[in-house]
Write a protein that binds this ligand. Structure first.
Ligand code: RRO
Length: 317
């Protein structure tokens, strides 16, 4: 079977690739994604300047259950991720799409980074992160419909030369899904894909031995990821697919650990699926394993391409 897909007009050999964040901050980490079976390479969310992130400890893991982070956007600064040297080394001789992620401290910062990207021929797409929960003093942008609209309106006026994706936080109620989708649909000409979901923000893990939060920043509050968020992610993919204009692709992300998990995301309407936490825990070998598992499942079910089942979750009635 073929795992190929077309995302935002780009051909991907495999519909599975890395989420921005884990193991995506340097060319050496990204080159390992490139040489795995991942279908694309997505860099860590960038800010204008290089920064080190929040105080340690800032991550917690319980394999097979959940993970949490409050990294606070450690990254090498936008110019690093735009540099020819970085991109060439990240692609490691492959022709896989190289995608940027940006998460400026302000909308003006995002505009500046998009201008610096310009029509750089080495960059295939850009993911605008509207969902980081961990920057001290900054709320999650896409939970505020006015800020979401201002961001999309401003970016749409830039007439970008590259396809734009937006990374969304999870929503939990019909009213909120509808409000966000309505705003995004207004800018359907400028939004090539929606990636749902970022981590579930502002969770708290308690260390009973220490009688303290498990992580240091923000009073122990951080974004939750891994298997615990998969069901929320599936619901967000399904609902966004129902509500968004068909011209906008959906990228499923959240708690995916296996070929079966990828299949579930595709059934719910995802065009591609990103792996974050499992990539962090298992390393880039996860892309080979998960691609193999998806192929095996498709073979068993008699599917030759993902288009045969994508978005075809059957209703009960
Ligand atoms: O760096 C982070 O703390 C971070 C970001 Br920018 C994000 O979008 N999501 C997340 O869970 N962590």
């Amino acid at each position: 079977p073929s795992l190929s897909t077309t995302l935002a007009g780009l051909s991907l050999e495999s519909c599975i690739f890395n989420a921005s964040g884990p193991r995506s901050g340097t060319d050496s980490a990204l080159s390992k994604v490139a040489t795995s079976r991942a279908g694309a390479i997505l860099a860590k969310s960038a800010t204008i300047e290089e920064q080190t992130g929040n105080p340690l400890p800032r991550t917690w893991q319980c394999d097979g259950v959940a993970s949490m982070n409050s990294e606070g956007l450690p990254n090498k600064g936008i110019d690093y991720y735009l540099a020819e040297e970085t991109i060439t080394s990240s692609k490691a001789g492959t022709d896989k799409p190289y995608m940027l992620s940006i998460s400026g401290h302000t909308l003006a910062d995002n505009v500046e980074m998009l201008k610096r990207m310009g029509d750089n021929p080495l960059i295939d797409a850009v993911e605008l992160n509207l969902a980081c929960p961990n920057v001290i003093g900054h709320p999650i942008i896409a939970y505020d419909m006015e800020q979401l609209e201002e961001a999309l309106s401003t970016v749409s006026k830039l007439k970008l030369k590259k396809p734009l994706g937006i990374k969304m936080p999870p929503f939990f109620d019909g009213v909120h899904f509808a409000a966000a989708a309505e705003v995004i649909n207004k800018y359907k000409k400028s939004v090539a894909y929606v990636a749902s979901i970022n981590t579930i923000g502002n969770a708290l893990v308690v260390d009973v031995h220490a009688e303290m939060p498990a992580i240091n920043p923000k009073g122990g509050f951080g974004g939750i990821s891994g298997p615990a968020v998969k069901y929320t992610a599936l619901a967000n993919v399904k609902k966004m697919r129902e509500l968004l204009d068909p011209s906008i692709d959906i990228v499923g992300v959240g708690g995916v650990e296996s070929g079966t998990d990828v299949f579930e995301m595709l059934l719910c309407g995802a065009t591609a699926v990103q792996i974050g936490t499992k990539h962090w825990i298992e390393g880039p070998a996860c892309f080979d394993r998960i691609a193999g598992e998806l192929e095996e499942l498709m073979l068993k079910k008699g599917y030759k391409s993902i288009d045969e089942f994508k978005g075809k979750l059957k209703p009960w009635s």
